[in-house]
Design a protein around this ligand. Structure first.
Ligand SMILES: [Zn+2]
Length: 132
């Protein structure tokens, strides 16, 4: 039911922004989803459609993925998440549990395992286009 909670948050935010900005009708909404975010996209889309109609929103939803990026806390190096650096099982584990990344990844510059996920987590609304 995690997807429903996320969809509820997204739709209520769209509704609030649309009324704050005085958008007549919401035409298109772009949603950015972090590569490491654990989500069932089909369930999320379904929940969005159901909840949108409750809010009388008939927007078209566009989805974009945000590539994950890490930053080393020791030397400041940043690098992208590359699934091909890992075996398929590990890649899947990291997708599901981002914290697992720390057990398998090392800074490519200094080799430190002390890094943070700077991009690639979470779901947010990138843009809302209105009209009417
Ligand atoms: Zn480093």
């Amino acid at each position: 039911m995690h997807e429903w909670a996320l969809a509820e948050a997204v739709v209520s935010t769209i509704s609030r922004i649309a009324s704050e900005k005085g958008l007549g009708e919401v035409i298109e909404v772009t949603i950015r989803i972090g590569e490491l975010q654990q989500i069932d996209l089909d369930a999320f889309k379904f929940a969005l459609e159901q909840l949108s109609s409750q809010y009388s929103i008939r927007a078209k939803f566009e989805f974009r993925e945000e590539r994950a990026e890490f930053r080393c806390r020791v030397c400041g190096e940043t690098w992208p998440f590359k699934k091909e650096d890992l075996g398929p099982d590990i890649s899947e584990a990291i997708h599901v549990i981002p914290e697992v990344a720390h057990a398998f990844l090392r800074c490519p510059r200094c080799g430190s395992p002390d890094f943070e996920v700077v991009r690639g987590r979470g779901i947010w609304i990138e843009s809302i286009r209105g009209g009417g």
